[in-house]
Design a protein around this ligand. Structure first.
Ligand code: PMV
Length: 329
């Protein structure tokens, strides 16, 4: 094949407003239900992929540190999909940097996999639509399927057994609504159980799992309508409900999954007391201790200051709505 063998791309992370927790196919990372997210402008990964002729195996370096284990295996899995499509056999050298801490529980796998696919495809000379790239990124990390598009994004459940119709779809672009997200970091705790294992444990043992799954489709419709109307109260209510129902499902497994720390609960209460005092702010939490607070530009500073003052909060990140993944060079 001809064309560039090296390319650099960037992608933003995302946070789900209607959550994904449960797979219908573990090998292909196919979700039991759809989900809906907002792309996060300030949480970016920039990745360079270089296919080296004759190189055996891939090398992954994130933030200047060579990564092995699961991170490298997931990267190779996605690179293999690209190599198969492009008819390439060369190993790749991948260097990646985040604007936020690696492994901090801030969805570095979402932006990381999305940036890897876009850079890898460009380096291999493949022209992929954002949906096609999303199908590949999904196979490295489910939530990465939502990080190809900017703005507000749905990850469709899909029906096909091969997963070709389960990908991120742009619902509303970046400039549709100036939503703000303040992430309150609740310390540096090792994730007790990874999301794939956690989802399977929940599916197999939680008596609430079917109940949880039954809430997702109505919540998706409600969240979409709220975003279309730029109605934060309506969106915040459904986002909090989706988050708490997902965590209720996790907690109800055997053994139950407790991703929260004490600080997580303190920030939940802060959020609700700010709201009672008139500040438009709602929360969501993923499979980790950090709390993402949804608010509007006029209230972002006050929300960030209040979150930073909670004992145990080790940092606060502020972001607006991000754009699509793109090739930089
Ligand atoms: O696809 P993963 O392995 O990043 O799992 C994501 C799971 C949650 O963050 C808890 C929910 C979500 O929809 O992002």
């Amino acid at each position: 094949m001809t064309g560039a063998r090296q390319a650099t791309a960037e992608a933003c992370s995302n946070v789900a407003l209607v959550k994904y927790w449960g797979k219908r196919d573990v090998a292909l990372n196919l979700p039991a239900r759809g989900s809906l997210s907002v792309t996060l402008d300030a949480l970016r990964t920039t990745t360079t992929v270089r296919f080296e002729p004759g190189r055996d195996g891939d090398r992954l370096e994130v933030g200047g540190v060579v990564r092995g284990g699961g991170a490298q295996a997931r990267a190779t899995r996605v690179l293999d999909l690209i190599r198969t499509r492009a008819g390439l056999t060369d190993g790749a050298v991948v260097t990646s940097d985040n604007t936020f801490p690696y492994g901090s529980g801030l969805a570095s796998s979402a932006s990381g996999m999305a940036a890897l696919v876009v850079a890898g495809a460009a380096a291999a000379g493949l022209e992929l639509s954002l949906e096609e790239a999303s199908v590949l990124a999904r196979q490295g990390s489910g939530s990465a399927a939502r990080s190809l598009h900017g703005g507000f994004v749905a990850w469709t459940q899909g029906e096909r057994a091969d997963g070709a119709d389960s990908c991120g779809v742009g619902l509303f672009p970046q400039d549709h609504w100036d939503l703000r997200v303040v992430a309150a970091l609740a310390g540096e705790h090792e994730k007790p159980v990874g999301s794939t294992e956690g989802m399977e444990q929940t599916r197999a043992t939680s008596p609430y799992h079917q109940g949880w799954l039954g809430t997702v489709d109505p919540d998706l419709a409600e969240a979409r309508a709220a975003i279309e109307a730029r109605d934060l109260e309506r969106l915040g209510r459904v986002a909090e409900a989706s988050c708490l129902r997902m965590h209720a499902d996790m907690l109800a497994g055997d053994p139950g999954l407790v991703y929260w720390q004490g600080t997580t609960v303190e920030v939940i209460h802060l959020c609700r007391s700010l709201r009672r005092a008139g500040t438009p702010v709602w929360f969501t939490i993923d499979a980790g201790p950090h709390v993402k607070l949804l608010t509007l530009p006029d209230h972002e500073q006050a929300v960030a200051d209040a979150a930073a003052a909670v004992p145990g909060v080790t940092g606060v990140l502020r972001t607006g709505v991000g754009g699509p993944a793109r090739v930089l060079a």
